[in-house]
Design a protein around this ligand. Structure first.
Ligand SMILES: Cc1cc2nc3c(=O)[nH]c(=O)nc-3n(C[C@H](O)[C@H](O)[C@H](O)COP(=O)(O)OP(=O)(O)OC[C@H]3O[C@@H](n4cnc5c(N)ncnc54)[C@H](O)[C@@H]3O)c2cc1C
Length: 321
């Protein structure tokens, strides 16, 4: 049976950052698992004909020196670029967000298509079970999925958890988000940088033209709906027509070549936790992190790229005691 020092569940930015930090500190026996077909989680890019579209995070901002230092390295590597904005510049990935996540995770032992469905505590640490029937042993575990998915997993796992910390995780609430992805025959009317987030119809949060953003050869647009709108219409089957109706002033739908809808069940946390990780076992062996776990002094106060990064980083420091 395989045995790891630390298993990290969730290969989004928090999990990848934690794994990178642990490896940097000399920990070699780390496994990063994800149920998806690639790393990145909500750093997600979809291929559309000859082009592509980011349909999770579009960009990120930087408020801490720690992330700023990494950003300078990533710029040198040519993985990211400055997109727009002066006060807090918006950085984005040169080859789409999931390509960027792949660069970050390239040196990490990763097991994809591996949905963890149960964890059992035993003498040596934890026995971890995946949906496809695999099992392995790990001394420590770091969970970095959106909090509701952590709750789902823990409920199926006979584990002794610290009651107070368990309550904190159950209290985190995530909102959904709908994203429409459209390919057009011709150029759009969007501004030169390809980004609009003002003056849009009620319920529409943001429009992004990926050709103008510089990551797609074809004209592909992502339309982000607001959390409240997405919650109100969650699961309805006419969501796509409602979105198109709202954008009649922006796009000529006769020019559309294809359309797709992405439904994020857990996009952003409305209720966050002011603590960068949670020690669920009480002795540093079962730890929870992710974008909803914010440092006490976090200025922005919301889930985002930087909160996922810092949470992963702080959890790694704690786990490597
Ligand atoms: C639509 C949308 C727009 C956004 N826009 C921005 C933006 O413009 N700027 C910004 O800064 N942030 C933005 N964000 C937020 C940002 O993407 C997230 O804060 C960040 O990527 C979260 O990283 P994470 O590692 O905490 O979680 P995730 O990226 O969600 O990673 C968790 C991973 O766990 C995996 N997983 C879940 N359950 C299991 C299981 N049982 N077993 C194995 N694996 C499992 C999932 O597949 C996933 O890959 C946006 C998010 C969305 C959805």
């Amino acid at each position: 049976m395989d045995h790891y020092e630390i298993t990290i569940v969730g290969a989004g930015l928090a999990g990848i950052t934690a794994a990178r930090r642990l490896i940097k500190q000399g920990r070699k026996n780390i496994l990063l698992t994800d149920k998806g077909e690639s790393v990145g989680g909500r750093l997600a890019t979809r291929r559309i004909a000859g082009g592509c579209a980011d349909h999770g995070a579009q960009f990120f901002t930087v408020r801490t020196d720690e992330l700023e230092e990494e950003v300078q390295e990533w710029l040198k590597c040519g993985w990211i670029k400055r997109w727009f904005g002066d006060h807090y510049p918006r950085y984005t990935a040169v080859q789409g967000m999931s390509g960027f996540a792949k660069h970050l995770a390239s040196d990490i032992r990763t097991s994809l298509h591996t949905k963890v469905v149960k964890i059992i505590e035993n003498e040596g640490g934890y026995r971890i079970y995946s949906e496809d029937g695999a099992e392995w042993q790990s001394d420590k575990v770091l969970l970095t999925m959106p909090a509701p998915q952590i709750v789902e997993l823990i409920k199926k796992s006979p584990l002794d958890v610290v009651e107070e910390e368990w309550k904190q995780i159950k209290d985190i609430y995530f909102e959904p988000t709908y994203v429409g992805i459209f390919q057009f025959k011709e150029q759009t009317k969007l501004p030169e940088d390809g980004h609009v987030d003002k003056g849009l119809a009620e319920g529409v949060e943001r429009l992004v033209d990926h050709q103008k953003k510089g990551i797609s050869s074809d004209v592909v647009v992502s339309v982000y709906m607001e959390a409240e709108w997405s919650r109100k219409h969650y699961g309805e089957d006419y969501v796509m027509s409602l979105i198109k109706e709202k954008l009649a002033d922006y796009f000529d739908w006769n020019q559309a070549l294809s359309e797709q809808l992405k439904r994020w069940r857990y996009a952003q946390a409305r209720r966050v936790k002011r603590q960068p990780f949670i020690d669920l076992s009480g002795d540093g062996r079962l730890v929870v992190a992710g974008d909803a776990f914010l440092r006490l002094n976090d200025e922005a106060g919301r889930t985002r790229f930087e909160s996922a990064y810092l949470s992963g980083k702080d959890a790694a420091a704690y786990l490597s005691w």
